[in-house]
Ligand binder design. Structure first.
Ligand SMILES: Cc1cc2nc3c(=O)[nH]c(=O)nc-3n(C[C@H](O)[C@H](O)[C@H](O)COP(=O)(O)OP(=O)(O)OC[C@H]3O[C@@H](n4cnc5c(N)ncnc54)[C@H](O)[C@@H]3O)c2cc1C
Length: 423
């Protein structure tokens, strides 16, 4: 056994199509387009937001709230919102999928944001026009929050449709849950890409809830947990302790190991540390900014994330902002971080429109992780910022003790965030 293939039994180091369109793997064909007349087109400024996820919804709601006289249009390809936060609860079978889903109606009814259910396929940054298969929509300010794309080869895409990573909102979680429900035993292979990727603790939380799932059901199975990183990138102690204490004998944790390829027919994941046969696979591929952003030229060649101004999230193109997981930011790629960025951009646009200086947002990120269906751990990062020098000092704190009370706080945190987005 190579030095970094570690068995959970050892004391020294242990732990260890749904909708094809929703998976974002296939292109949408181009139809005839017409100029879009928004229902407030007589108003003075038009703000278009692409992506109705954590960043986009926040930006839409707050910019409209602060500037009721403007026209705010949110374009989202999915008919309703599905939350990635709390989705591991669903995969672990202790949360209903419906709890993750929210309609966009309240954004229109309560805040006057116009929501268009369509896929943006191109943006003309010179002419300031967003193009969907059905419309051409002009803007004064553009906020892009389209999330991530999976960085996979063309020939691997059928594998990822049949075995969804479930790291994007939409139908992927439903299909992965179906595969988990149908799993009767054998080898599970789960992989973690090198950091940075969307939501640092999410793969480690998912491994824990999967282990909890097979243990509680007495399923004869072993999880091969293959991590490109040397240890859990956050709450390392809490995850390692949980894997060892709760799931000893159920998992083998293979660290510093990258996926080289997948043989879908033979059901084998090929890695830099040998081949792993699977009966159930959850390969989480490397990620990058959304393909749309790459297409419109905002992603520098060879880069994974969009360069933005540190404190305003304005891109290299004036009045075009990139927020959420597509952007390179000091805030970790999280729903909470995207939410904060949405507020910051709303403030910035308000400042441009009114000349009034907005108050600074308190910058912090909270991350909770289930380690079973009953206990959770958490981390908290706040940021000391000196805008004059550009210096950012993160202050990071972790609670790695498994607690039922942390589960309660986790639920309250999610409900509070959703209330802010949809309430
Ligand atoms: C399993 C898991 C657990 C997580 N847990 C947590 C957690 O506990 N706490 C936390 O803070 N974060 C968590 N996250 C991270 C969080 O989900 C993301 O960081 C957050 O969603 C980023 O927001 P965003 O706006 O950048 O992208 P998203 O929320 O993904 O929104 C992007 C939206 O853009 C839409 N879109 C994309 N392209 C187009 C297009 N061309 N046209 C129209 N619409 C488009 C998509 O459909 C999507 O709705 C978790 C993530 C995962 C995968």
């Amino acid at each position: 056994m190579s030095k970094n293939r570690l068995n959970v039994n050892r004391r020294d180091l242990f732990i260890a199509a749904a909708s094809v369109a929703a998976s974002g793997m296939l292109d949408v064909s181009v139809g005839a387009v017409s100029d879009y007349k928004d229902f407030r087109s007589d108003k003075k400024a038009k703000i278009v937001i692409v992506g109705g996820g954590y960043g986009g919804i926040t930006a839409a709601k707050y910019v409209k709230k602060q500037n009721p006289e403007t026209s705010v249009i949110l374009i989202e390809k999915n008919p309703f919102f599905v939350s990635c936060p709390m989705s591991n609860h669903y995969l672990g079978d202790f949360y209903e999928f419906s709890n993750l889903c929210f309609p966009y109606n309240n954004l229109t009814v309560k805040y006057g944001v116009e929501v268009i259910n369509d896929r943006v396929q191109d943006i003309d940054l010179d002419k300031k026009i967003v193009i969907t298969p059905n419309f051409k929509i002009s803007y004064d300010f553009l906020i892009l929050s389209p999330g991530i794309s999976y960085d996979v080869k063309e020939e691997e895409k059928p594998f990822f449709i049949a075995n969804p990573p479930a790291f994007k909102p939409g139908g992927e979680h439903l299909y992965l849950k179906k595969l988990i429900d149908e799993f009767e035993g054998g080898d599970i292979v789960m992989t973690v890409p090198a950091y940075p990727y969307r939501c640092p603790p999410a793969p480690y939380e998912r491994a824990a809830v999967l282990l909890n799932y097979i243990k509680k059901r007495n399923i004869k199975a072993k999880l091969y947990f293959i991590d490109a990183n040397e240890r859990p990138v956050i709450n390392s102690e809490g995850f390692m302790n949980a894997y060892y204490d709760l799931y000893k004998g159920y998992a083998e944790y293979v660290t510093g190991t990258y996926v080289k390829g997948i043989d879908a027919e033979k059901k084998v994941v090929k890695t830099t540390n040998g081949d792993f046969k699977f009966d159930l696979a959850n390969v989480i591929p490397p990620m990058k900014a959304s393909r749309l952003i790459e297409k419109i030229g905002l992603l520098e060649s060879g880069q994974r994330w969009v360069e933005v101004e540190t404190f305003t999230f304005e891109s290299k193109v004036k009045d075009v902002y990139v927020i959420g997981d597509s952007a390179r930011s000091f805030l970790p790629k999280s729903g909470f971080g995207a939410h904060m960025q949405g507020k910051i951009v709303a403030n910035n646009i308000t400042e441009k429109l009114t000349g009034k200086k907005a108050k600074d947002e308190l910058l912090m990120v909270l991350c909770y992780s289930m380690v079973s269906d009953e206990e959770a751990i958490m981390s908290e990062t706040s940021f000391k910022i000196d805008k004059a020098t550009g210096k950012i000092i993160p202050i990071h704190r972790e609670d790695n003790v498994r607690r039922k009370s942390t589960v309660k706080r986790y639920n309250e945190w999610a409900r509070g965030l959703w209330r802010d987005l949809f309430g």
